[in-house]
Each structure stands twice: as C-alpha cells, then as structure tokens.
Design a protein around this ligand. Structure first.
Ligand SMILES: C[S@@+](CC[C@H](N)C(=O)[O-])C[C@H]1O[C@@H](n2cnc3c(N)ncnc32)[C@H](O)[C@@H]1O
Length: 459
C-alpha cells in the first residue's frame, strides 16, 4: 500500500504535468501523506460516527487487585524466555505462541486484544454470571484474561485451541475451565457476551455470524476486535446485515473495535456456506466450508501439482498434508487405486470438507483416514511412502510462520526409507533450500513462472 502511494506520484500521473517543480511538490505532499497514512480502510467513514456507543451493563463488577482468574495480579512463570507478559486491567498474564517458533519470540496477542480487554474493563463486562463466547482467539489471550467467567472458545484452528490450553496452563489455570468448540459445533446455551476476533477471511466471518446468531440473547453484548487493515466496510456490513446495527471505535495502536447490537426482528436468511465448484477435467464436485483455502476455485499452484501426481498400482500409504478440501489426496487416490490415503489439516472446516469430498468421489467402500492436527506430528514414524504437500504460504492465522519448515521435518520423520515428499510452492519461498538441508537432495520436477514442484527422497 505504501509503495503504491509513492508510485501514484509519478510525473505521468501528475495533473500539473511532468515539470520538475510540480513533481517535487507532489512528492513532498505524497511523502507527508505516506508518513501519516495509517493503513485504515475506514478512515473518516460513516461507521466511525457510532464510536460513542454506550453499552447497557448486564451486571456490575468491580476490578480488584487480582486478575480475572482470581489469581494475584502477578505473572506466575514469565521467566521462561518464550513467555511474554500481557498487562491489562484484568491482570498480568504470561503468554506464549503455539507452536513455539525456534528463532523468533513474538507476542501471543495483538493491540486489538489489548483494546478489547481495556474496553471490557471500562464497561465492567462481563457481568459475574454472564455466559461468554469468544470467537477466533489466536493463542487464548482473551480467554486467559477472562478465565474467571469460564468462557467458551469457538475456533476453526486446532493450533489456536492448543495455544489457548497451553496458556491456561502457563497461568496455573485449570484447562477444564475452558470449553473448546470447533467451528462446526454449536455453543452451549445462549450467549450474553460475544467477543469476535475478526478473521482474515470474510466468508468465514459471514458463516460464523450466521451460525452464532441463534445463540445470542436478545440483550447480548457483541464486540468485535481486529487490526484496522483487516476491518473494511464489507466487514461491518456483515455484522449489520446478519446481527444488527453496527458501529466502530476510533483506531488505537492500529486496532479497532466493532460494536454490534442484536436485532431480533432482522431476518438475514440462510448461510450461503458451504459452497462447491466442479474440479476441472473431472466429474468431481468439491464442497468447501467457508474457511477452506481456495474455496471458490482450484488454486493455481495446486493445478500445477495435480499435473504431476504419479500413478501406481502399488498398495502405498499416501498423506495429503495440509489437505484443505482434499483435492490433492482425491486425485492421488484416483491414480493410485490400491493406496491408503491419510488427510490432515489444522482447520476443522478443511478436514470436514475433505471427508465429504472423498466420500462423494469414492463412496463408502474406499476407506481413508482424516485427522485435524498439527501436520504429521502425531503419526507413526517411517510409515508413509508418499507425502504430498502444498504448504501454507502466507500467514493464514497471521501466526504460524514456521509451518512449512515444520511440515517438511514432520514428513522426513513420517516417511519410510526411500519414501518421497512432493511439495508445490511459490518460487520465491525457496522451499528448495530447506528440503535440501533436511533430505540431502531436492529435485525440481516441474515449474512455471510462479510455482515449482519439488521432490525430496528420504535416504
Ligand atoms: C496452501 S493450503 C493447501 C490446501 C490444499 N492442499 C490445496 O492445495 O488446495 C495449506 C493448508 O495447510 C493447512 N495448514 C496450515 N498449517 C497447518 C498445520 N500446522 N498442520 C496441518 N495443516 C496446516 C491450512 O489450513 C491449509 O488448508
């Protein structure tokens, strides 16, 4: 975005012509704009008019010197260097990311979490008996800070759930006090306080709001939080259309809050998810839940990969690692009729889509295994002949930069001697170097302008 702004100042684009003085003046104005630009797509728009929204309180509660879990306001175990201290009105909490990154020590929360917790404290929320539902808490920062209220955490991410449990333990909180729900499950009872960390995929937010609406009390308090770059008009329109009147806070440390009021008379209709598309050059129709990678059509990297999946009559064990809707494993199963397939993804919606798509493609006779988990971390070592992997290439959850490297290490452990790991990836990601380091050798099987297909064989 920032580079774009500077480019907008080129002499060709200048309304005063290409003269040096005019161009320089524009450059100065442009640089000032660039330096002051806050990356906020809602800057000065109508949604901010409601920033003074006042919430009626369900119940009042005073904050004392203890954190919300009833512990003294001190960090129990921040000495370990991967833990960082979150200081909010609810207390101080020692938090770590999950999975732990080897090299970088990043925080397990963001400014939107802090802003939201601050706001809750100002509004004296939640009330003592309020039922609290948190959506998409990245590493459990919100749930840990609100642990006293025994929140339910609803998330599509296995890693996020594990992160929340780990952070409960890091703060000497009983993980039994956290009820974990996956994105396809319904919360228990009706919700008094709904906290939504805004996810990156708009379709996923839409689906979540449809699913949650029937579980809201008429006077439920609904607050969203996210970084300004992730909150657009379209985000707010979703809240307004599906739940009720919506406004936002002012931006603070590049974070923003969303305030929404439940409108019982509103009828948003039915959720459009899951959706499906027909896989090109096949009769397969692929069903996709809202949070599935490349939900609307075949990804172009995956397309190159599919062209190179080998056929064999051997009874091989094949893993589709990071399976998404299962398209890679389904094509591999078709070309390897005697193979046993294993599908794994850290997204509940992905694995559910893959399971449905495999069943629709092959019927009940052909068995396969499906797992929600951290890649191949939990599989038996030396047990696979072939691992197929299109690793995540941008930070889906903004959180797991180490995923491709971890997936390659897991594959190396899970493969039998002579077993093969095939990877498709964007050229610039340089997976080649990582694979060579791990396997000793890495061959380029195919490439086009953007993608490469790589093969590494376990010695
Ligand atoms: C680039 S997508 C590929 C999806 C599918 N294989 C395709 O080609 O359409 C990467 C997938 O990896 C999954 N993923 C990310 N981290 C993971 C992890 N630690 N364990 C398992 N799956 C993971 C994501 O949820 C996503 O579905």
């Amino acid at each position: 975005m920032e580079l774009l702004r500077v480019k907008e100042l080129s002499p060709e684009d200048s309304p005063v012509g290409a003269g040096g003085a005019g161009w320089c003046a524009q450059l100065v104005i442009g640089l000032q704009f660039w330096l002051s630009y806050d990356g906020d797509p809602l800057h000065g728009q109508k949604w901010q008019e409601g920033s003074a929204t006042v919430f009626p309180l369900l119940e009042e509660r005073k904050f004392d010197e203890r954190n919300s879990a009833g512990l003294p306001a001190a960090v129990p175990d921040a000495r370990a260097n991967h833990l960082k201290t979150l200081s909010v009105p609810q207390g101080q909490f020692a938090l770590a990311r999950y999975p732990r990154l080897k090299a970088v020590a990043l925080r397990a929360w963001d400014a939107a979490d802090e802003y939201l917790l601050q706001r809750l404290a100002e509004e004296q929320l939640p009330g003592a008996t309020a039922s609290v539902l948190v959506l998409n808490d990245g590493f459990g920062a919100l749930c840990v800070a609100l642990a006293r209220h025994r929140p339910q955490l609803l998330s599509d991410s296995h890693l996020a759930q594990q992160g929340a449990l780990q952070n409960f333990r890091n703060n000497d909180l009983d993980p039994a006090g956290l009820r974990l729900l996956n994105s396809l499950q319904e919360p228990d009872g009706k919700t008094d306080l709904l906290l939504v960390k805004i996810p990156k995929r708009l379709a996923f937010l839409e689906d979540q709001l449809y699913r949650i609406r029937p579980h809201l009390h008429a006077r439920a308090q609904i607050l969203g939080a996210g970084m300004v770059k992730d909150i657009h008009n379209s985000t707010l329109q979703l809240f307004e259309r599906i739940i009720g009147p919506t406004s936002t806070s002012l931006a603070k440390k590049r974070a923003r809050l969303v305030f929404c009021q439940f409108d019982g008379g509103n009828d948003p209709g039915k959720s459009p998810y899951p959706t499906e598309y027909r896989l090109e050059n096949s009769s397969y129709r692929l069903c996709n839940h809202a949070n599935v990678f490349s939900r609307e059509s075949l990804d172009i990297g995956t397309r190159l990969f599919l062209d190179h999946i080998a056929a064999s009559e051997a009874p091989r064990r094949i893993a589709d690692l990071g399976c998404g809707n299962g398209v890679i494993g389904i094509v591999a199963a078709e070309r390897n009729p005697a193979a046993e397939l294993f599908f794994v993804d850290e997204s509940f919606m992905a694995v559910d889509s893959a399971r449905a798509n495999f069943a629709a493609a092959f019927g009940a006779q052909r068995k396969a295994r499906f797992q929600v988990g951290d890649g191949l971390a939990d599989v038996e070592q030396d047990s696979f002949d072939l691992v197929l992997n299109n690793p995540p290439f941008h930070r889906e959850r903004a959180l797991d930069e180490g995923a491709p490297g971890r997936m390659f290490e897991q594959s190396e452990a899970a493969l039998k001697g002579g077993g093969e790991l095939w990877v498709v990836g964007n050229r610039h990601l340089n997976h080649h170097a990582k694979l060579k380091r791990l396997f000793g050798k890495c061959e380029t099987v195919a490439s086009n302008r953007k993608f490469v297909v790589l093969k590494a064989v376990k010695g």
